[in-house]
Design a binder for this molecule. Sequence first.
Ligand code: PMV
Length: 356
Amino acid sequence: MKKDSLSKVHPASTGTIKWSCPSNIAIVKYWGKGPGQLPKNPSLSLTLQKSLTLTEISYKYEPSSTAKKISFSFEGEQHPAFHRRISDYIRSLHPLLPWLEHTSMVIKSFNTFPHSSGIASSASAMGALAACLVSIEEEITGTRVNDPLSKASFLARLGSGSASRSLYPGFALWGHSEAWALSSDEYAIPISGIHDTFTGMHDSILIVDPGKKKISSSAGHALMESNPYASTRFKQASENVSKLKQILLEGSWNRFINLMEEEALALHAMMLSSRPGFILMLPGTLEIIRKIRDFRMESGFHLGFTLDAGPNVHLIYDSAHANQVRAFITSDLIQHCKNKQVIHDEMGTGPSIQKI
Ligand code: PMV
């Protein structure tokens, strides 16, 4: 969202706004939350480049009417479950954005990644929607929002916690951390000053199973309330955010990989030790992890894995050995992917407003 020195926007009561927003993959994981979608620990993520949601909203603001209507389509088709989630989310924002009560919207959303790829689309979808809402607010009120990305991150968080981190390029931090003065539980902040060695890092997403999540993230977060290891985990994540700050500034790939893998395994350890415990990794996930570690030992290249709340593996590697790692994926890893599906993504430049 462009910062503009002018604080006035040409006011409008109808218009169309379109934003693209990327997905992100957490390096330090968010798993466990309190009321108001506030995180139990800070998390830090890599913004992706190609895995995007594009959301277009045509709005009509009628201050004298509350007969607002929200229509929603996903990839050109009706999607009742998404429609319900978006409508509930928008309704929950009425106290914060009172103009919403008088605004009808036609929302059209598209993903650049395959629908059933196992990539969590809530981060990019909520990020794009929140960015559109901030732009619409600017048009309706005729006033620029102060720090619009931060406001979009705040609004996105209320829809999906991890979405708060999708609003920035490179790396983003969500949640209060003593290591970062401006960090907040309410919204994410961008991380700057990253060492050049990490610029353009790759994330090849190995799709072991593209199926719908066996357990929703809300249910997973809720199970942290009775997890016997929860407090230790929240402390570990906070410490890892502080350690990661040093690592990102100093440029140590080995320490980055160790921390990233520790975090992925800790996330799944929380799932295994929940009551009841659940297992999202599949045999292919474990095979891929073993092969990545063996290949790293043999080659000395900078590559490591992380996991989301599912069986798919994010293979993170530096640009210096991208060709060799791609060859390794083809020769050794792709056989564990459903329909040989791999999404080659990389560090991204963040959301952007689109020309209509
Ligand atoms: O934003 P949610 O509620 O879908 O939670 C996401 C949790 C993880 O993806 C597993 C970790 C993270 O920090 O993104």
